[in-house]
Design a protein around this ligand. Structure first.
Ligand code: PEP
Ligand code: MG
Length: 568
């Protein structure tokens, strides 16, 4: 038996079999001089690899389940892989420069794609990405490179590794995962946030997690105290099972709160909403007694769709069509049956990367300071327009509110509102029904937005405080970085003062205000927030009954006293 300590990042205790995440294999393209005699065998390797990719593309094309868009992308790939101009240039380069085939393809594809991008012809410029995609697959075949398929993780696994890509964490909603034990990460990272939503215990910041267990070992993850036990003895398994049963009993008891409103001891109502990342979670929200959806993080839909598209068809194409989005938003609105549903426009970028052709493929040095959220939406207006159109179309199926993430400036809000106006006009022209009065609100999650909340307020119908990013940006602490995680403190005076001043400005302008960061679902911080005057909290669905119970033990004046002690 081996006991390892880390930091608790999502509560609960799980027991299961270790699934060790493989390290992402680095894809290194070798560079090697070859002799004249090696050119022909190298060329044969190339033609064999091309045939292999062609066969794969053809088999995807024949799949009846793929969409028309995916079909078109695959057809284009097939044309590009046989492009006679490129192939002639590649062969001439090899004959003359005598480099191995992988290096030659990589170099010539980059030249060819640049030439297409600079051709001044829109159609040709769009083909640059296609030629890169398809010949990257040829290089993968030549290198025998396979990226890890997250779908391989079996039920009842404890996932152990250095880190998990945010785009991979969607697996947590599809499998019965017993727990996560990671070397990297923090309680505010999206992997932990999502795991929390699904009730999966997480321990992060474990030294060298990948080496603490072997594949299949029995592992206990205690996300309440940050402990991981590998190959526990019988006595430990028995005591863990007792703890798990006690937790289940506690959750059973909390069920009595499902249909009662959240009220302080002296009767003040505080609305509790759910944060979700997939339409299916709306049902979980209702099961936990949510008053509505306070935050639907739509980027996870895009990540999931992009992964599916590339897995099922190999095509690197746009991930979510307008229709697919419309169906997803409609489903949430219908499930919530008139309760408020706040859907946030894409917060892509930062750690939430979508492997899809509609977003620029950038290597940013500081992604959390980079092209993220509203900045990305305004950078890719076509994607933003499609999302807004889908949202407005869905608006007639329930009580929708649209939320804009990572606002730092009034001009961003004005531009976004202008685009939304355009969408409403085009829907009207097309005779498509929609609710013209959908409130559009903004996330207060940057220092700029919090400091200038009074300037932003006249442009917004509501505020939602994103305390995860707010803490990160006010303190200048990367929320994903384990090395500085002990400094990531949502209770720091600077953060609490920003929250207090945002509440003041929201009240001044009579704007509804909610908190949708992790602080809302944490007992201690929910007490402080309620004491500061917040009456709307949005959190992981499973935390709703816990917060209902917690707040019911305090009167408003007690909550105020507690919060006054924390914020001067
Ligand atoms: C936040 O920043 O507090 C928030 C709710 O958004 P996300 O965690 O998705 O960045
Ligand atoms: Mg945020």
């Amino acid at each position: 038996m081996n006991v390892v300590l880390g930091s608790p990042a999502a509560p609960g205790i799980g027991i299961g079999n270790a699934f060790i995440l493989p390290e992402e294999q680095e894809r290194i393209i070798p560079k090697r001089r070859i002799s004249q005699e090696e050119v022909e065998p190298e060329w044969k390797r190339f033609t064999d690899a091309c045939r292999n990719v062609q066969n794969e593309l053809n088999s995807h094309i024949q799949d009846e389940k793929i969409s028309k868009d995916q079909h078109d992308v695959l057809e284009t790939y097939l044309l590009m892989i046989q492009d006679p101009v490129f192939i002639t240039e590649l062969k001439a380069y090899m004959d003359k420069e005598l480099f191995n085939i992988e290096f030659s393809i990589n170099l010539k594809v980059a030249d060819y794609a640049d030439m297409l991008r600079n051709s001044g012809n829109e159609y040709l410029a769009e083909r640059a990405q296609d030629i890169e995609d398809v010949f990257n697959r040829v290089i993968d075949v030549l290198l025998d490179y396979h990226s890890f398929d997250i779908e391989q993780i079996p039920d009842d696994s404890v996932i152990i590794g250095r880190t998990m890509k945010t785009s991979d964490t969607i697996i947590l909603s599809k499998r019965k995962i017993a727990g996560l034990a990671l070397t990297e990460g923090s309680s505010a990272c999206h992997v932990a946030i999502l795991a929390k939503s699904y009730g999966i215990p997480v321990v992060v910041a474990i030294d060298n997690a990948a080496h603490i267990a072997s594949q299949g070992d029995t592992v206990i993850v205690d996300g309440n105290i940050g402990e991981v036990i590998v190959q526990p003895d019988i006595a430990t398994i028995t005591s863990t099972n007792t703890k798990i049963i006690a937790e289940q009993k506690y959750r059973e008891q909390l069920k009595k709160y499902k249909d009662v409103p959240c009220k302080t001891e002296d009767g003040t109502e505080i609305k509790l909403y759910a944060n979700i990342g997939t339409p299916e979670e709306a049902t979980t929200a209702l099961e936990n007694g949510a008053d509505g959806i306070g935050l639907f993080r739509t980027e996870f839909l895009f990540m999931d769709a992009a992964q599916k598209t590339s897995k099922e068809t190999g095509a690197y194409s746009n991930s979510m069509s307008e229709e697919a989005q419309f169906q997803a938003y409609k489903k949430v609105l219908e499930t919530m049956n008139g309760k408020p549903v706040t859907i946030r426009t894409l917060d892509v970028g930062g750690d939430k990367l979508v492997d899809s052709a509609e977003f620029p493929n950038m290597q940013e040095k500081n992604p959390l300071m980079g092209l993220r959220a509203i900045r990305m939406s305004l950078f890719c207006p076509a994607v933003f327009r499609t999302q807004l159109r889908a949202l407005y179309r869905a608006s007639i199926y329930g009580n929708l509110r649209i939320l804009l993430p990572l606002i730092t400036d009034v001009s961003q809000v004005e531009t976004a509102l202008g685009i939304a106006r355009g969408i409403r006009s085009s829907l009207e022209e097309d005779g498509i029904p929609f609710n013209p009065d959908v409130p559009i609100g903004i996330m207060i999650e940057t220092a700029a937005a919090a400091i200038c909340a009074d300037v932003l307020a006249p442009h917004a119908k509501f505020f939602s405080l994103g305390t995860n990013d707010l803490t990160q940006y006010i303190l200048g602490i990367d929320r994903e970085n384990k090395a500085v995680n002990p400094l990531y403190n949502e209770f720091s005076l600077a953060v609490l003062r920003m929250i207090k001043s945002t509440i003041f400005n929201a009240n001044k302008f009579n704007l509804p205000l909610s908190v949708c960061g992790e602080m809302a679902g944490n007992k201690e911080s929910a007490i402080i927030l309620a004491g500061m005057g917040i009456r709307n909290l949005s959190m992981a669905p499973s935390h709703i009954p816990v917060i209902k119970e917690t707040l019911s033990h305090f009167s408003i004046s007690e909550l105020e006293n507690l919060s006054n002690r924390s914020v001067q």
